[in-house]
Ligand binder design. Structure first.
Ligand code: GCB
Length: 609
């Protein structure tokens, strides 16, 4: 049984529901038992565990009749069973499989994971859910041989209710994880990052009261700086019950009865409300209770808007001193997933003088925005609608929407998140613009308190390569006019940067979502030698003042904070399977460009105070 959070057609400030895959929001604040740790695994490139010898699926129609999902052991020496989780090797969860076992480094296919656990509920009428922070890319989940469901999409959380299925002792949770790339997938077959497979984030057993708070949203009421709008969504049989909201540090509380759909909406005006900003990232406690359930979180309040070509944070013009980040720990060459990983990555961004990060190109783990909330770093969050996607395929759009919904449902209470990005570098076509417009509409219908954008592309006429044109029809629908440009690296050398001129069709804030150049940390040469630190630093040194001349320029996120693994980058001795555009190398050492960017941001911070 999947948890279906009720879908309510909410406008304005009430994105408390999730379409598609369900979300138990604020999971770290709940009563949980960790299912992390060592899981037994069977590597299964031919999907043997899923099909019988005639290639018939064992769980056709949802009924599991055989295969690894049953976690069966031979009863005696006469029974033929060709697998055994108990004697199989283990992998750590959370964790990608690629970095844990050399045999799995390039592996794309299925791995079956099995974890055994006991489950004692604290109260008989409580409910239990299995929660996955993320599984890349496809997960078939079975408990005690029964299929719970299938989830598609590698970077967002999902959960299944197991109340009636779980035993007090000796449960077997089996997940078939498959990271094959698909032409109709999101992302599709081609990316410039590593296709890490596995149970890449926390797996938790969550206990809730019979009726519980499935999600809530807190934010400034639109157009005000002192009124807090709160929406609370209940799940369970007793929906029309009293819900209380309390902000102890603000000395304010309210209660009301939820409607028959389990929705309660509040407006509270404390005597004074300190707003969240980069300079002063004020967070306050919130406690929401309904019947036996109590959820606590720390939230901040701020407004973000555009006016003409400006971005306004709490009504004040702001310049976004940013950097792009992949969800990867470069020192260990693996997917990042922990709070410590988030602190490392955002710590480097802070050292650069950033007040903004672009979490490219897919939803990062929940710790990123939580740590960003604390550090006062604004975030751009994105879904992996990347390069070419099957624009006319309805299932692809539904998949992209469900990833967007799950991301918004998870991170809507993070003051740091100011931008939802629906895509990166998508070649212009009518079908693509229609697809992206549907995502913009989706994001706005769930959350109208943030800016919407996408990283677009620039183009130029063949006989005027230095004249850059930004006229993508999709630009009409975004709040920030964001685009990537690589003058000086792709198709030109750094001298071209000084000759760049612009035609920008829209009167909107202009944001440069990527620029950069590869450099191997420690490789020094003259500034025209590809892959030298000098070349990369020169690109930064020339690009930043060039961008500064664009009317309405509101900031940038150069590509990228750290070198990251990419199978598209084979150059021996230089790339060795890494995209080298980081300003921090694979070994954590800063390159020359780090200092160039840091100095530019220090000046900008003074100038825009
Ligand atoms: C881009 C992509 C990014 C790549 C980068 C590069 O435009 O958005 O994912 O990694 O260029 O290094 O070429």
């Amino acid at each position: 049984m999947k948890i279906f959070l009720l879908l309510v057609g909410l406008a304005a400030n009430a994105a408390v529901t999730a379409r598609g895959d369900a979300v138990i929001a604020d999971v770290f604040a709940r009563q949980v038992t960790s299912l992390n740790g060592k899981w037994n695994v069977i590597i299964d490139p031919y999907d043997t565990g899923y099909f019988d010898y005639r290639r018939q699926p064992y769980d056709a129609g949802g009924k599991v009749t055989g295969g690894y999902a049953l976690d069966h052991q031979a009863k005696d020496k006469t029974e033929l069973v060709e697998y055994n989780f108990d004697t199989s090797p283990t992998l750590n969860v959370p964790g990608d499989w690629n970095s844990q076992d050399a045999k799995l480094f390039y592996y794309e296919g299925s791995v079956w994971y099995r974890q055994k656990f006991d489950a004692q509920k604290s109260t008989p009428d409580h409910r239990l859910f299995i929660y996955f922070g993320a599984v890349n890319y496809e997960a078939d989940v079975y408990l005690n041989g029964k299929k719970l469901g299938k989830h598609i999409g590698g970077f967002t959380p999902f959960a299944y209710e197991v109340t009636g299925l779980v035993k007090e002792k000796g449960n077997s949770l089996v997940v078939r994880v498959n990271n094959n790339r698909h032409a109709e997938g999101v992302p599709t077959v081609n990316t410039d990052w590593w296709n890490y497979g596995g149970l890449t984030r926390d797996v938790l057993l969550v206990e809730t009261p019979a009726t519980f708070i499935s999600n809530f949203s807190t934010r400034l009421k639109a157009g005000t700086t002192n009124t807090i709008a709160v929406s609370v969504q209940l799940d369970g049989d007793e929906k029309a019950q009293t819900v209380s909201v309390r902000f102890p540090m603000l000395k304010i509380a309210a209660e009301m009865k939820a409607d028959t759909n389990g929705l309660a909406r509040f407006e509270l005006t404390p005597a004074s409300l300190a707003l969240w900003s980069s300079e002063s990232p004020t967070l306050t406690e919130v406690e929401i209770s309904a019947g036996a359930d109590l959820l606590k979180d720390r939230v901040g309040f701020r407004s973000i808007a555009t006016s003409g070509t400006e971005v306004l944070l709490n009504g004040k013009k702001v310049f976004l001193r940013g950097i792009c980040i992949h969800e990867e720990n470069p020192l260990e060459g693996r997917r990042a997933w922990s709070e410590a990983d988030a602190r490392q990555l955002l710590g480097w961004a802070k050292e650069l003088g950033c007040n903004f990060v672009r979490l490219a190109h897919y939803p990062h783990n929940e710790h990123m925005a939580r740590v960003a909330d604390e550090l006062g770093i604004m975030c751009w969050e994105e879904i992996p609608v990347y390069w070419t996607i099957a624009w006319t395929n309805e299932a692809t759009l539904a998949n992209a929407k469900s990833q967007l919904d799950a991301l918004i449902a998870r991170d809507q209470n993070r003051a740091s998140v100011i931008v939802w990005s629906v895509a990166n570098e998508t070649p212009v076509s009518e079908a693509r613009t229609k697809f992206l417009k549907a995502l913009v509409d989706e994001a706005r219908s769930l959350d109208n308190s943030r800016l919407i954008s996408a990283a677009m592309e620039v183009h130029s006429e063949p006989n005027h390569p230095d004249h850059k044109i930004v006229d993508d029809a999709f630009g009409e629908f975004t709040d920030l006019l964001s685009f990537n440009q690589y003058t000086g690296w792709y198709g030109s050398t750094p001298d071209a940067i000084d000759r760049v001129t612009w035609s920008i069709k829209y009167h909107k804030p202009v944001f440069i979502s990527e620029f950069g150049a590869d450099a191997k940390q420690g490789f020094h040469a003259d500034a025209l030698t590809r892959f030298s630190e000098e070349y990369q630093a020169d690109v930064f040194r020339r690009t930043l003042p060039m961008l500064d001349k664009i009317p309405g320029w509101v900031g940038c996120t150069p590509w990228i904070l750290c070198d990251f693994r990419s199978p598209r980058r084979p150059l021996p001795g230089i790339q060795d399977g890494w995209n080298r555009k980081g300003v921090v190398g694979q070994n954590g050492e800063k390159k020359m460009a780090f200092e160039v960017l840091k100095n530019f941001y220090a000046d900008k911070a003074k100038e825009t105070k």
